[in-house]
Design a protein around this ligand. Structure first.
Ligand code: F6P
Length: 343
């Protein structure tokens, strides 16, 4: 029987979202299902902003960055009557299933709605941060790492010309996946992440050791969530209780400390949202496409409360609750790979 399958994208945007939308729609069209786009994450269900998606709307989406549906960090559980309105909109639009594409926050809402309301939802793991459990990788991460690596490569040549220490601040929230991967790929001399808090003294020792070996420039990659003494969270919390970590200014503070302690001239580059913009890498296009097909299958088969996941090279499905139970942090083995090249 033909179904009406809705799809939403929530949280920070990331490259590959449109590729998921395309894959969910294409596979669902093959089954004669209708596909409905929900505008701006959970807000679209709270405020009844839906739009039909046909072949015209999903054409040309594979390489396109961002999300044609828009996204917000709306949390229905934080809004008066928010959950009731989600359920009403869903019922009024005669929807049979929802594909929620998001990270820990968006999928956290999906998990709760499924458990508490029996809501027919399946998940797709999205985030440049790669911090979702139960999947080896999220889509969007590869593109962010690619962009950060390219930036590190570029910073090498200017660092070398001026004999400077270049500090590169990358995103990643409370995990250091982007920092570690781009740092390894870009040949960083020191990498600082929240999970393995080596001190500034140790970092400065590494830089000094390197300079003693005759290298008179260094590249330091720091994750925005690295805990630097004296830095406090600033600004308002979003509806999921997160502050904007970029406002702590860890890169700037670190560059200042390094210059003070070592005497080496230092500069900082904060990559910011460049890491989330533009076209997805081939790897992310393929991963997003495979996730999208799997999510469409789960929705079709009525296997709700599940999430598409990558395990090894296989796309599998796992309980949504497993993906959102805890953050997937960088294991020590990965940091050891990076550390082998410090100093
Ligand atoms: O979760 C993705 C992410 O890009 C984080 O790495 C970063 O801390 C945060 O979102 C930034 O959020 P915003 O786009 O709201 O500034």
């Amino acid at each position: 029987m033909a179904k009406r399958i809705a799809i939403l994208t929530g949280g920070g945007d990331c490259p590959g979202l449109n590729a998921v939308i395309r894959a969910v729609a294409r596979r669902s069209f093959q089954r004669r299902h209708e596909v409905v786009g929900v505008r701006e994450g959970w807000r679209g269900l709270v405020e009844d902003q839906l739009e039909p998606l046909g072949s015209r709307e999903i054409s040309g989406l594979l390489p396109r960055g961002g999300t044609i549906l828009g996204t917000t960090r709306t949390n229905p559980y934080k809004l008066d009557g928010g959950v009731e309105r989600v359920l009403e909109t869903f019922g009024r639009a005669r929807l049979d299933a929802l594909v929620a594409v998001g990270g820990e926050d968006t999928l956290g809402v999906a998990t709760r709605l499924h458990h508490e309301q029996g809501f027919p939802v399946v998940g797709v793991p999205k985030t440049i941060d790669n911090d979702l459990a139960a999947t080896d990788y999220t889509f969007g991460f590869d593109t962010a790492v690619f962009i950060a690596t390219e930036a590190i490569d570029r910073l090498h040549t200017t660092a070398e010309s001026h004999n400077r220490v270049m500090v590169v601040e990358v995103m990643g929230r409370h995990t250091g996946w982007i920092a570690v991967m781009s740092g390894i790929a870009g040949g960083a001399d020191v990498i600082l992440i929240p999970e393995q808090p080596i001190s500034i003294d140790e970092a400065c020792d590494d830089i000094r050791r390197r300079h003693e070996r005759g290298k008179d420039f260094s590249i330091v990659v720091v994750s925005e969530g690295y805990e630097l003494e004296g830095l406090a969270d600033r600004g308002e919390q979003d509806q999921f209780g997160h502050v904007r970590l970029s406002q702590r200014g860890v890169g700037e503070a670190l560059a200042h400390e390094i210059e003070e302690r070592t005497g080496f001239e230092s500069r900082v580059t904060v990559l910011g949202h460049v890491q989330r913009g533009g076209s997805p890498t081939p790897r992310d296009r393929v991963l997003a496409t495979r996730f999208g097909l799997k999510a469409a299958d789960l929705a079709h088969e009525g296997l709700f409360g599940r999430m598409a996941a990558l395990q090894g090279d296989r796309i599998v499905d796992v309980p949504l609750a497993e993906a959102t139970a805890e953050l997937k942090t960088v294991p020590p083995e990965w940091y050891d790979v990076a550390r082998a090249f410090f100093g």
